[in-house]
Write a protein that binds this ligand. Structure first.
Ligand SMILES: *[C@@H]1O[C@H](CO)[C@@H](O)[C@H](O)[C@H]1NC(C)=O
Length: 344
């Protein structure tokens, strides 16, 4: 039996993906979050059943604007205003919204040009609603936005991503919003298992593995997050906070994908995030991917990221983890107020 200690890592959440036909109903899922004392959730779209079930739960929420809507968000303010009315205002403050993630992993790519205009339109609608200090607008990127990631101090955005992220980072610093980064040491390991030590990916290395100027890296997760910070610094952005909007390890279906490695990674990540990275030694807000195995995803590793099997009631169906009893629930740090003018 493994234990995930959400108790000590109150800035930590779990992504609630809904691509399974055997998932429990939202009310049971929210009850499971509460019984495990998971303080935050990432939801990929404004699923009305989930939003209803979140009413009064106190769970802090990242909700997504799906990629399919980016173009209409960028070009039609009426669409955005209606979306905010239906999915945010009508659930506010019963639902504790924290961030809205405008698009997931679309930079670089065909949808990338729509991200900033969509974010700006959404920000405008939140300002009209008086919610811009309560809810921050961001986008979720993959670590693949980096052209250089090693060593971490050399981190820089790729030439394909840079034009978008240069402008988006100005928006984020002006609004006090974080950059959301899906951070997967697993994929780096699985792509090169002969050169990337498993213990470096699983937070189990016994000493530093990478030395980089004044910093020593004992785990790949920190190296990836700090490479993003280096890339932001090269844009002159020193104040944007990275929120890890997904991280996890699959329990089946790929290289190194075992229940034991998933349990090791997930519990070590939770233990680790409170101390931050060598460059930014402050608690990291991070979201484990994901709550359940999702049977409607592509066969193979994609289906096997869950902390829980869909039938979450049976103890033997817990994939990798059981959570500890929590003493008390705490809130995340308050969000910074909007400062300065938006430039875009
Ligand atoms: C949330 O729950 C309360 C109490 O049951 C109810 O009065 C309120 O209408 C609900 N809000 C929404 C948005 O469903």
């Amino acid at each position: 039996m493994y234990f995930l200690l959400f108790a000590d890592v109150l800035s930590t959440g779990v992504c609630y993906g809904l691509l399974g036909d055997d998932l429990p109903p939202p009310e049971e899922v929210i009850a499971l979050y509460n019984s495990k004392n998971i303080p935050s959730m990432r939801l990929y779209n404004p699923n009305q059943g989930a939003l209803q079930a979140l009413n009064g739960s106190g769970i802090q929420l990242i909700v997504g604007v799906p990629n399919e809507q980016l173009q209409s968000f960028a070009t039609d303010q009426n669409v955005v205003v209606e979306w905010v009315q239906t999915n945010v205002i009508s659930h506010y403050p019963a639902v504790n919204f924290r961030y809205i993630a405008v698009g997931n992993e679309v930079i670089p790519g065909d949808l990338a040009p729509f991200v900033l205009p969509a974010m700006a339109n959404l920000q405008g609608a939140l300002i009209v609603a008086g919610l811009e200090n309560q809810i921050k607008v961001s986008t979720a990127v993959a670590v693949g936005v980096l052209g250089v990631s090693y060593p971490p101090s050399s981190g820089e955005f790729s030439s394909a991503s840079l034009p978008f992220l240069a402008q988006i980072s100005q928006f984020l610093s002006a609004t006090g919003a974080p950059l959301l980064v899906n951070t997967y040491p697993y994929f780096a390991y699985a792509g090169d298992p002969t050169n990337i030590p498993l213990d470096y990916a699983l937070f189990t290395a016994s000493g530093p593995v990478v030395a980089d100027g004044p910093f020593q890296y004992q785990n790949l997760f920190d190296a990836m997050v700090d490479a993003i910070y280096s890339a932001l610094e090269k844009l002159g952005e020193n104040t944007i906070v990275v929120v890890v909007s997904e991280s996890g390890w699959p329990s089946a279906g790929g290289v190194g994908a075992t229940v034991e490695n998933a349990a090791t990674y997930n519990s070590n990540l939770l233990k680790h995030v409170g101390q931050g990275t060598p460059k930014r030694p402050a608690a990291i807000e991070a979201y484990l991917f994901a709550m359940f195995n999702e049977g409607q995803k592509q066969a193979g590793i994609e289906r096997n990221w869950g902390l829980f099997y869909p039938n979450k009631i049976h103890p033997s169906d817990v994939v990798a983890v059981e959570t500890d009893v929590i003493k008390k629930k705490q809130k995340l740090k308050p969000l910074p107020a909007v400062e300065g003018k938006l430039k875009h």
